[in-house]
Design a protein around this ligand. Sequence first.
Ligand code: FE
Length: 214
Amino acid sequence: MTEDHEHHHDGHGHHPEAPSELEARVLALESLLIEKGLLTSQDVDQVISVYEHDIGPMIGARVVAHAWVDPAYRSRLLDDASAAVRELGLTYPTSTQLVVVADRPEVHNVIVCTLCSCYPWAMLGLPPTWYKSAPYRSRMVSEPRVVLEEFGLRLPTSTAVNVWDSSSDLRYMVLPERPEGTEGWSEEQLASIVTRDCMIGVARPQIPAGKAVG
Ligand code: FE
């Protein structure tokens, strides 16, 4: 998965339905590999499906939930995220470095790739379309509070916003704060409220109505 190593700029006069230069190159490569018998289109669909459904944000959510219940693990995660992910028996590729940034009451973290679409896909699966959009990439840097409000996340003015710019060899992921009212929850229950958007930093974990204990 090296899809985001090309730092290209899109949206300049493309017909919305026409593939971008990068998409056209990917399609050309895929056709060639299939034609040469090196790959079938089922192989391609299967890999995409793994990232969309099997991985999704599940790995990231498991890591966050474990960090919430185990303070020593949390420290190791913030110190060396890739090693901490592997410690749970999960895989993290050696090709890129992962850095986990923790929210605190006075600091909220959010991730972006200003150049293209670098994303911690090994933790969160495929990025949402908006993450790759030019407005998100530029406005999250120039006016993060406004963009977060558009996502429905209103932060107190006393909370600082740290924006982390990912690159092809350094990916960030947000460790949100554990919400109040989740005391006594199992790791599985905790992981269920850690969404992809929480680990990008455009949302915070929410307790579904009726799920609060006590
Ligand atoms: Fe990028």
